[in-house]
Design a protein around this ligand. Structure first.
Ligand code: F6P
Length: 341
């Protein structure tokens, strides 16, 4: 059995743990040959790969990033440049066949799972493994990378509290998450954010301003606003900057803004993500050994399972309006910039 593994899309903590999980299970339990494809789907187009051995998979569990490299290459997306117009899916299939692969493991977020599904329809044996700090992959309750990012963002919010208190300021922190609010919701609650703004809940600037004034009236000298990068803003402004400037004009308090950025994706994975990535990896190897292809590994009710790749393709998992955390946080006085009832 020959299996190729690639990591595609934005990096996140836990990718190496996942490569190790699937690779070691394939090598040790199924005596397979394992190849690491470089830089996501680009490596399949350029035929760039290395054989992965027990030695190359040792010592990588705790390392951030990905030993294989990654890219945002989308082989099914038509290029705008005439000269680049090669039939990428056909090249990928040719290289897959020439390497004699029995399966390709695609570790990535929504875009990667969409490509994986299309490659599966194109006649290749594919298994998807969901990762992203955004936690927005449809069909799995969790993606690895998410818990690590929540930890990093929470620590950042904790640190902002001290400056906010010392200077009696309102601190705005913008977190990643693309179009989903999971990271901001979890880190916002864990970090004791006073206002939490996520793309799924349309906000009213007046509600935020009233809430801050009320805190000042109650002698709460500082506030923290946690903002998801994906909230709607005007004039093409970034989320944190927009909220800081707009709300700043409406209240007396001094505002300061912080964009946490790529720090959220970097560094060593949290123990939870190491375990999740290892579980996903081992499960992916078993699916391959059974010949159960065209599926994405998932976790549901703390049970690792799989769903057809076609089911997740083109869908996004957003924070539902009846999510329990929204209610619990509202109960303790957190403001979501809207009247949630
Ligand atoms: O999907 C992960 C993510 O970090 C998002 O939260 C963010 O919107 C995006 O990737 C940033 O993409 P890039 O790495 O291409 O700048």
């Amino acid at each position: 059995m020959k299996v190729g593994i690639l990591t595609a899309g934005g990096d996140c903590p836990g990718l190496n743990a996942a490569i190790r999980g699937v690779g070691k299970t394939l090598l040790l339990k199924y005596n397979a040959k394992v190849y690491g494809i470089s830089s996501g789907f680009l490596g399949l187009i350029e035929n760039d790969y290395v054989e992965l051995t027990e030695a190359s998979l040792s010592g990588i569990l705790t390392i951030g990033g990905t030993i294989l490299g990654t890219s945002r290459e989308k082989p099914f997306k038509k290029s705008k440049h005439f000269l680049e117009e090669i039939d990428k899916p056909a090249v990928i299939k040719e290289n897959y066949d020439n390497l004699g692969l029995d399966c390709l493991v695609c570790i990535g977020g929504n875009g990667t799972q969409r490509t994986a599904s299309k490659l599966s329809e194109y006649g290749m044996n594919v298994i998807g493994m969901p990762k992203t700090i955004d936690n927005d992959v449809f069909g799995t309750e969790l993606t690895f990378g998410f818990h690590s990012a929540v930890g990093i963002a929470t620590e950042a919010i904790d640190r902002l509290h001290t400056t906010a208190n010392a200077h009696k300021r309102v601190m705005v922190i913008e977190l990643m998450g693309h179009n989903a609010g999971w990271l901001t919701l979890y880190a916002g609650i864990a970090g004791g954010g006073d206002v939490i703004l996520i793309p799924e809940i349309p906000y009213d600037l007046n509600i935020i301003a009233d809430y801050l004034r009320d805190r000042t009236a109650k002698k709460k000298s500082s506030s923290i606003i946690v903002v998801a990068e994906g909230i709607e803003t005007k004039k093409g402004m970034s989320a944190g900057h927009y909220i800081a400037t707009q709300v700043g004009e409406m209240v007396e308090e001094q505002m300061r803004e912080t964009v946490l950025g790529y720090i959220q994706r970097g560094g060593t994975p949290a123990p939870f993500d190491r375990i999740l990535a290892t579980r996903f990896g081992a499960y992916a190897a078993h699916l391959i050994a059974e010949g159960n292809f065209g599926r994405m590994v998932a976790i549901q009710n703390d049970h690792v399972t799989s769903i057809p790749l076609s089911e997740t393709e083109g869908k996004l998992k957003l924070v539902p309006s009846d999510h329990a955390l929204l209610t619990r946080a509202t109960d303790i006085g957190t403001c979501f910039g809207a009247n949630l009832g």
